[in-house]
Every structure is written in C-alpha cells, then in structure tokens.
Design a protein around this ligand. Structure first.
Ligand SMILES: Nc1ncnc2c1ncn2[C@@H]1O[C@H](COP(=O)(O)OP(=O)(O)OP(=O)(O)O)[C@@H](O)[C@H]1O
Ligand SMILES: [Mg+2]
Length: 243
C-alpha cells in the first residue's frame, strides 16, 4: 500500500491558541480513515489544511504526491463534504450539480451523464428539479456527497456528513460511503457517531486538544489502552477525558 495523504508537523493556532499541535498523519491508498475527537479537538482545522483551504502555520502536507502549494493538482484529486455547508437554496439539485460540473470543466454529454449518474447514485433523480430549499436534511447531505463526487475524485474528505440525520439518513450516507470505498476511493471521515466509525473505518485516529492520542485499528486501540472488549465509545472516553 502506498501513502496517498501525508502530513508532517502540521500546526495551526488562532490568535495564539493552538488548534492543531504538530501532528503527523499518514493515510494509505484505499483506506477508510476515521478521524475522531471531541468538539474543538481540531478536526475541521486539520481537514481544511489537508484540503488546501487553510494555510498551516508549520508543517507540510502532501496529497496524491502533490505538495500543498499545488492546489490545482490536489483539487483534481479530491472531493470534500465540508462542515456546516451552505446551499444555494433557490437552485434545483440539477442546477446545483450543473454549476459545479462546469466549474470542473465538464461539458456536453459527459457532463449530463455525470450529473445523471450522481443523482441516481444518491437517490435524487426524481427530485432533481425541486429547489434545494425544499429538501430534507438527508436529501441535502446526499446532494452534498454528489457534489463532492462531481470531479470523480480519488480521495473523499467528509466532515461530519451524517450530522443531524435520522437513522435512515445516516444509513443511506454510510452505505454510499462503503460502496465508494469498495470502488477504490480513499475516505477520510470525521464523525462523532462512534458506531458509524467502528462499522466503517479500517483505521481510527483520535485527536484531543490538537494532538493525536490514538492511531490504529479498533483491535490495536484496545491493546494500547488495555481495554479488552471495549467499544470505541469506551476507548474514546478513556482517551479524551479532561486534559
Ligand atoms: N476561524 C477560527 N477562529 C478562531 N478560532 C478557531 C477558528 N476555527 C477554529 N477555531 C478554534 O480551533 C479549535 C479547533 O476547532 P475545530 O473547528 O478544528 O475543531 P473540531 O474538532 O472540528 O470541532 P467540532 O467537533 O466541534 O466540529 C477550537 O478551539 C476552535 O475554537
Ligand atoms: Mg469540526
């Protein structure tokens, strides 16, 4: 396996308060990588640095072999479902995807096919001409996922994609992510749903106070914490008690 994402010494502070504190990360090609941590641990800040939205104070990032300065090359390789995304509520799902498809330079029959395939994949074909403002949260999240896939990325970053969804909505997104990973897409998932993470992720990293406090498979985390038979929730609570 080869590394598709690496970060060394990644650091970011806001007004003197350390948000991400000299962390090293490495994600293998094809991995389903779970990125956990309590509120304020630094997950979103890290994802923003890995995806080129935020400039680190220190450290280096490489995505698909490209250094973080090579924004265009990285943008071609990645899809992002960001935290707290906003939508253009007046647009229909079709118009929304069409807008982003054109931003990525798609046109003509290829563009139409990509949009139609993605609408089908996320179960929105029938509602493609409804305004996004009329969508349920689950539908909006599935549309956000379709948008992130518009450029056929090799790596997908998702920052709490199931936040606020009912069990069916969570299951829909989880099934889609599982299928995408089977198709070979590397997935970097941040979530507070520990069941979701233990079911989906081949490796789990826990961030706490801007530092990595655990990194491994669930079995490895159990060994390291000496918590046999523990659930991921037990391990998470054990490792993220007050600093
Ligand atoms: N734009 C900003 N300006 C100032 N401080 C910020 C900013 N963004 C994040 N922070 C601070 O950086 C720290 C890490 O925040 P971050 O959003 O990365 O955490 P998180 O792990 O994503 O949390 P959550 O689970 O709540 O989404 C927090 O202390 C937060 O208050
Ligand atoms: Mg966050």
């Amino acid at each position: 396996m080869t590394e598709i994402i690496t970060a060394k010494n990644l650091t970011k502070s806001y007004g003197g308060r350390m948000a991400v504190d000299h962390i090293d990360l490495s994600v293998e090609t094809g991995e389903f990588y779970g990125f956990l941590g309590p509120n304020g641990a630094g997950k979103t800040t890290t994802i923003r640095m890995l995806t080129g939205i935020l400039q680190p104070d220190e450290g280096v990032v490489s995505v698909g072999g490209h250094a973080s300065g090579d924004k265009q090359k990285i943008a071609e390789l990645i899809g992002v479902v960001p935290e707290g995304r906003g939508f253009y509520d007046w647009m229909t799902a079709y118009e929304y995807l069409d807008f982003f498809a054109e931003l990525y330079g798609l046109a003509g029959a290829e563009k139409e096919k990509r949009i139609a395939d993605l609408l089908e994949k996320v179960g929105l074909t029938k509602r493609k001409n409804s305004r996004v403002g009329t969508y349920s949260r689950g539908m909006k999240q599935r549309l956000a996922l379709a948008r992130a896939l518009i450029n056929s990325p090799r790596i997908l970053f998702l920052d709490e994609p199931t936040l606020g969804l009912d069990p069916q909505g969570q299951e829909d997104i989880q099934r889609l992510l599982k299928d995408l990973n089977k198709e070979g897409i590397t997935i970097f998932l941040s979530s507070h749903l520990l069941n979701e993470v233990s079911n989906l992720c081949s490796r789990i990293v826990i961030l706490h106070g801007g530092r990595i406090v655990a990194n491994g498979t669930l079995a490895e985390l159990r060994l390291k914490t000496h918590l046999q038979d523990a659930t991921l929730t037990d391990i998470f609570l054990h490792l993220t008690r007050s600093l």
